[in-house]
Design a protein around this ligand. Structure first.
Ligand SMILES: Nc1ncnc2c1ncn2[C@@H]1O[C@H](COP(=O)(O)OP(=O)(O)OP(=O)(O)O)[C@@H](O)[C@H]1O
Length: 613
């Protein structure tokens, strides 16, 4: 996810105005209404300006007289409008009102289009990321994703608004040029040439802004990613008096961002100053040439200065708005890249509805290795090779084994987060690979190792906002998780807000609420990954009683280092230490093999596939 300014710059080639193109393609009708309104608004402005010409002549000479003023007066007379001061002023007022109304219509379309587009962009970012494979998700720094969804998408909206403003000013400049053409095509061409020269001379500043925008995008992502990462570890850092290290770690990114923002401000200011100076030179020179060597009539010169001056001013604004588009374009590119990467790593799901879990989950001759599967150079050593294992429906199965032996990975295989390189995960005999993953996971209650809660009420933490669950479901689940008493003692009960990541509750209390969350939606398979590690013996015993009570009603698969969950299990699988042969996997089938003295008979489990090393 780390984005570098150089990479953005490379990808930027050919991207110019892609954002506007994408928006118009996505909302063609709105885009057409917007463009039409902008065009009509510019024409109204032209009408007002055109009326200004005979009015100037009337004001200076007492009548329409010769020249462009008379030409326009002739057009107005043909339309039944008398070229006198009163009707002309009224016409100018009408044209300005019409222009304002049309601009209002255009900009309300622009505003709602921008909001819709950015909302859709945020949705695409979240939906594609959530639908991506677990290993892709693991590579995304959470802070960088938050930054993309909040900051970068907002910069996209700003960029779009600037792009539309640029179009508005361009249309207005063209209308001014059109009216000026009616007075003097030579002067208009000279004015346009002056505009092109000034804009060309200032384009370096736009390129500088674009590069600064790319650096801002890259720095913001890195900074947000690092910040979120560090904040997760802030407690130990503070506890060990290393808070200052946070600042040191972020200082270089912060400075990079600061430099990028300063460059943007300086380029924008330089563009304004540069344009003003060069346009002033062009206008003064034009004024001198028109009045001295050419000796043009004063009303004509006045009208030309007014029109061409405004045309140049509007052209200047086009460039300034385009500068804003250039600054924001890298944010759009970064959003698109994030979406494309997530879509490229989309989870592959089957379509068959999940079976009702009457027989159980079977892992048959599983081979699995972490790492890039296409990368044969490394020859990644498989974590599992020929693993066979059965989780009987309605029973309690506990996975034990040393750290790193693959217990959580085995859960990931059952959840469909990891895909075996060979062999199959079967649900009641149906391959998980052919099963609709979301529907399968909806049958699962999952309690993770980490005890992070949402910064919300206990009720929301248990129901997760599922509209099919209410306070009664939450209470039932909390009772089953032995958490009801603790919730009842909280100041606001179910409505108690648990704080950031659940920080206003103890680790054990959070764990019990997480167990209640896993039970709230009546799962068929309950998976507990070290779910009692933060509990005292008494609370763990209560959870074990609950799990025993649930035996038969649902299938329970638990990972635990602690004996209690092993003691209540119908079957315990002891995974061998990393690097050992899978035939060392031991299954202790207590339901069948318990001796009268209560001692379980370890039975070796299934697999005899040779390792490849
Ligand atoms: N996403 C991953 N990418 C690469 N290697 C991984 C990944 N997740 C786990 N591993 C490696 O796979 C091995 C098994 O990890 P796993 O988390 O499944 O073990 P575990 O038995 O659950 O360990 P613990 O009891 O410490 O939680 C470890 O060597 C670990 O480093």
């Amino acid at each position: 996810m780390a984005v570098h300014a150089a990479a953005l710059a490379r990808q930027h080639r050919g991207l110019t105005l892609q954002l506007l193109g994408d928006i118009f393609r996505r909302y063609p009708l709105r885009g057409a209404v917007m463009l039409l309104a902008l065009l009509l608004a510019s024409l109204s402005e032209g009408l007002g300006l055109g009326s200004l010409l005979p009015m100037l002549t009337v004001a200076v000479e007492g009548q329409a007289g010769d020249g462009p003023g008379q030409t326009v007066a002739g057009w107005l007379a043909a339309a039944g409008i008398e070229p006198a001061l009163g009707p002309l002023l009224l016409l100018i007022l009408l044209a300005i009102t019409l222009k304002s109304a049309l601009l209002l219509l255009a900009h309300s379309q622009v505003g709602s289009t921008a909001t819709r587009f950015v909302t859709a962009l945020r949705h695409d970012l979240l939906a594609s990321t959530l639908a991506s494979r677990w290993e892709h998700f693991l590579q995304l720094p959470g802070g960088a994703l938050t930054n993309t969804v909040s900051m970068e998408s907002q910069r996209v909206a700003t960029s779009f608004l600037a792009g539309v403003n640029a179009m508005t000013f361009l249309l207005q400049a063209l209308v001014y040029a059109g009216v000026a053409l009616a007075i003097s095509w030579q002067a208009t061409l000279v004015g346009l040439a002056a505009g092109v020269v000034v804009i060309g001379a200032c384009s370096l500043l736009v390129s500088a802004s674009r590069r600064a925008g790319q650096r801002q995008t890259a720095s913001m992502r890195d900074l947000a990613g690092q910040l979120a990462d560090i904040l997760l570890s802030v407690r130990p850092l503070k506890a060990m008096g290393r808070g200052a290290l946070v600042e040191t770690a972020l200082v270089s990114e912060n400075e990079r961002l600061d430099r990028a923002l300063r460059r943007q401000v300086v380029s924008a200011a330089a563009l304004t100053a540069g344009q003003e100076e060069l346009f002033a030179v062009a206008i003064v020179a034009g004024l001198y040439i028109a009045l001295a060597p050419l000796q043009m009539p004063f009303p004509t010169v006045l009208a030309l200065v007014l029109l061409l001056g405004r045309m140049l001013a509007q052209l200047g604004k086009v460039q300034k708005e385009y500068q804003k588009v250039a600054i924001g374009e890298s944010a759009y590119l970064a959003c698109k890249d994030t979406i494309a990467a997530a879509r490229g790593a989309a989870e592959r799901s089957g379509t068959l509805p999940p079976p009702p879990l009457r027989d159980g989950v079977t892992l048959a001759r599983i081979r699995f290795a972490y790492g890039n599967k296409d990368d044969n150079k490394d020859g990644h050593r498989p974590l599992f090779d020929g693993l066979d294992l059965h989780i009987a429906a309605g029973s309690i199965t506990t996975l034990m084994g040393p750290s790193g032996s693959g217990k959580s990975t085995l859960l990931d295989l059952v959840l469909g987060f990891a895909t075996p390189d060979a062999g199959q995960v079967l649900i009641d005999g149906q391959p998980l690979a052919c099963t609709a993953l979301t529907a399968w996971r909806q049958q699962i209650g999952y309690v993770p190792q980490e005890t992070h809660l949402l910064h919300d009420t206990v009720l929301h933490n248990v129901t997760l906002g599922d509209p099919t669950l209410d306070a009664i479901d939450a209470e039932r689940a909390l009772r089953e998780a032995d958490a009801w008493e603790l919730v009842a003692r909280l100041p606001d009960g179910l409505d108690h807000v648990v704080g950031e990541r659940g920080g206003r509750l103890s680790g054990g209390q959070r764990q019990r609420i997480l167990i209640a969350r896993a039970l709230a939606h009546w799962p068929r398979l309950l998976i507990l990954d070290e779910a009692t590690s933060a509990l005292d013996d008494f609370s763990e015993a209560a959870i074990c009683r609950t799990l025993r009570g649930l035996r038969g009603r649902l299938t329970i698969l638990a990972v635990s280092h602690r004996p209690a969950l092993g003691e209540i299990a119908d079957r315990v699988y002891r995974l061998p230490a990393p690097g050992l042969h899978p035939k060392d996997l031991i299954a202790v089938n207590k339901a069948r093999d318990c001796t009268p003295g209560g001692q379980a008979n370890p039975i070796p489990c299934f697999s005899t596939l040779p390792m490849e090393d």
